[in-house]
Design a protein around this ligand. Structure first.
Ligand code: ADP
Ligand code: MG
Length: 368
């Protein structure tokens, strides 16, 4: 069993400048056996802290963590299993490769620490090197390797112990974009081969979506949504998640007499239906730039403010009320700056204006 379960996990840090900071706030979460699960969120939202608590490098302020059917951290019971006894492999963002050791010795290190015999060590290191694309480089020193190869050493070292769970903290962030993309596939391949449960930390939504079976979006230490990449992209739980997963237009609107009016507009109604379950008098309408069509006639009338040709698509900027909206349309429609155009919203989603974490709440969480 290699489920990872977090029950009411909270981590508070005492800081000199901000006082007590809640880095992770009451996490309840089950990461299933064999799943690739990502923790996604902006810098400082508590991803690394969560991973370090699972790994056992960080104590909990409250709650419990279970791996399989055993608790590994339980604050109230004073239970704390050492990191090396948790059956985990871990790769950090700033990967540590020892420059004075060759590839073989770098990867063999965790086995040496545990006094694994020579023959078993040789075969396990060879296996790890083969599956991370480092076969034949045993005797090479890190100074002769590329960034991608160094990262593979870190991966090989994490898998050489045959961990049940692999923890990866922004493992690709030091690589160039092309290599990052191909390494995503290599990590997926490794998972298929060895069947680990993977917990993957990233601030890059494309990476999380490409790799994950399910993912969690967090903000300010608070879970915002847990779902599959497809479900989350199609139905973000709130404005924060919507904005984090892709390009977004948010238009604040007011509702009157069953019609929708953009904030700061001149009384022209916005051509979209009000969902039956939306009962507030004001809201925010969200759309992606490729979910709006431009038309010569009809639609919400406005004027082209900017037009940028980008090859695959043309980007337009227009105002809706007093708010700017971006449109990305494939195929050039020939609208120019100053032209009158209509907007057709092919898909919109409605949110409360102040859902997610309000500014006041952000302040409160910063300094408790
Ligand atoms: P992320 O990995 O998502 O960028 P972190 O988990 O590193 O975020 O940090 C979450 C919050 O906890 C931040 O506000 C950070 O400053 C704070 N934090 C992390 N580690 C410590 C620490 N050792 N002492 C004090 N504050 C910390
Ligand atoms: Mg981090």
């Amino acid at each position: 069993m290699s489920e990872v379960i977090l029950k009411n996990v909270t981590k508070k840090f005492s800081t000199r400048t901000l006082g007590e900071v809640t880095a992770v706030d009451d996490f309840n979460l089950t990461i299933r056996e064999g799943e690739c699960f990502s923790l996604l969120g902006p810098s400082g939202c508590g991803k690394t802290t969560t991973l370090r608590m699972i790994a056992g490098f960080e104590d909990l302020s409250d709650g419990e963590i279970w791996i399989g059917d055993k608790p590994v951290s339980a604050k109230k019971r004073n239970l704390y299993v050492q990191p090396e006894d948790r059956g985990l492999g871990m790769v950090f963002q700033a990967f540590a490769v020892w420059p004075h050791l060759n590839v073989f010795e770098n990867v063999a290190f965790p086995l040496r620490v545990r006094n694994v015999g020579r023959r078993e060590m040789d075969s396990r290191v060879a296996e790890a090197l083969k599956h991370t694309g480092l076969g034949g480089l045993d005797r090479t020193f890190p100074s002769d390797l590329s960034g991608g190869q160094l990262q593979r050493i870190a991966l090989a070292r994490a898998i050489v112990m045959n961990p049940k769970v692999l923890l990866l903290d922004e493992p690709l962030s030091n690589l160039d974009p092309k290599l990052r993309e191909s390494m995503r596939f290599e990590i997926k391949e490794l998972q298929r081969r060895f069947n680990f449960t993977i917990i993957y930390v990233t601030h890059d939504q494309a990476e999380a979506m490409a790799l994950s079976d399910r993912m969690l979006v967090m903000d300010m230490g608070v879970i915002q949504q847990i779902d599959t990449p497809t479900n989350m992209y199609n139905n973000p739980a709130n404005k924060f998640v919507y904005g984090f997963l892709g390009l977004s237009n948010f238009v604040d609107v007011n509702i009157g007499d069953g019609k929708v009016y953009p904030e700061g507009g001149s009384g022209q109604p916005f051509p979209c239906a009000i969902p039956g379950d939306f009962t507030e008098a004001a809201g925010t309408v969200a759309s992606r730039p490729n979910e709006i069509d431009l038309t010569a006639e009809g639609g919400y009338r406005t004027v082209v403010k900017a037009r940028i040709f980008l090859g695959d698509y043309t980007e337009y900027r227009v105002d809706v009320g007093n708010q700017e909206v971006r449109i990305q349309s494939t195929g050039d429609r020939g609208f120019m700056v100053g032209d009158s155009v209509g907007l057709d919203f092919t898909r919109v989603q409605w949110y409360s204006r102040d859902d997610g974490i309000s500014d006041a709440e952000r302040e409160r969480r910063k300094v408790i």
